[in-house]
Design a protein around this ligand. Structure first.
Ligand code: HEM
Length: 219
């Protein structure tokens, strides 16, 4: 049970980060100065009590720890569920005990998680360090976003990643709320709808900037 709570708590930290990050990205619609000032301020939060980028590093360490706890808990829980099946019957039991929707959820979470981790590495190399610079490198965060998402395959790669994030969130939020005891039979449908709505909101919010650049609304 402790692992399920660890999974829910680390997931909650990651969802909170996603909401703040998605909201911050929408500042792209305020224009170059607004967005670049925002990116600059992120590095100054807490100064002079903290060194330059001090707060940012605290956030990075917390996020990395949350990802590690989340992945470790997932791994151990899956292994435990697999071992719980009677030996020798593993495959028969798997087929009969796992409904198609459960199998779908397991596969979505597992492969979705892998896609998201690979995306985050690509994304940091793209928009933070700018080592990957499709459309040209720049010191301006705004320009990096505009240069990148003008290229269709860059936007497409983010679309795929955001769909993975959305599906992961839909199931993850539902599971977390269930773990925390919100799952009564009478509320199952409401809980599913709420999880889908939160996931859709975050996914659409993230996709607005790339598609606005691709369609020339932000340039
Ligand atoms: C279309 C969607 C997204 C856009 C346009 C976007 C945009 C950006 C930008 C512009 C930066 C660099 C900020 C700076 O250097 O000032 C950044 C950093 C980052 N983003 Fe995103 N992001 C998106 C989705 C995501 C998602 C889904 C995740 C997580 C799953 C994520 C995680 C991160 C992380 C971890 C950083 C690095 C922060 C750091 O260490 O400095 N982003 N993003």
């Amino acid at each position: 049970m402790a692992l399920k709570y660890a999974m829910a708590a680390s997931g909650a930290i990651l969802v909170l980060y996603l909401i703040v990050h998605m909201y911050g990205n929408l500042m792209i619609f305020g224009g170059q100065t607004t967005f670049d000032t925002y990116a600059h301020h992120l590095r100054e939060i807490g100064e002079p009590m903290l060194p330059h980028e001090g707060f940012l590093w605290i956030v990075r360490v917390v996020l990395l720890a949350a990802v590690l706890v989340h992945a470790y808990a997932a791994f151990v829980l899956w292994n435990r569920a697999k071992k719980a099946r009677p030996a020798g019957q593993r495959y028969q039991v798997k087929k009969s005990a796992q409904t198609p929707s459960r199998r779908y959820a397991t596969q979505t979470m597992r492969w979705g998680g892998v896609i998201i981790i690979l995306f985050v590495i690509y994304h940091i190399l793209h928009l933070t360090t700018n080592d990957i610079a499709p459309g040209g490198a720049s010191d301006s965060a705004y320009q990096r976003v505009v240069n990148g998402f003008q290229i269709w395959w860059v936007t497409l790669s983010y679309l795929v990643a955001m769909l993975a994030v959305g599906l992961h969130l839909r199931h993850g939020v539902f599971s977390a709320l269930s773990t925390l005891g919100a799952n009564r039979a009478s509320r199952q449908r409401a809980l599913r709808n709420a999880s889908t709505a939160i996931a859709a909101l975050i996914t659409v919010g993230f996709l607005l900037p790339p598609f606005s650049v691709l369609f020339g609304l932000v340039s």
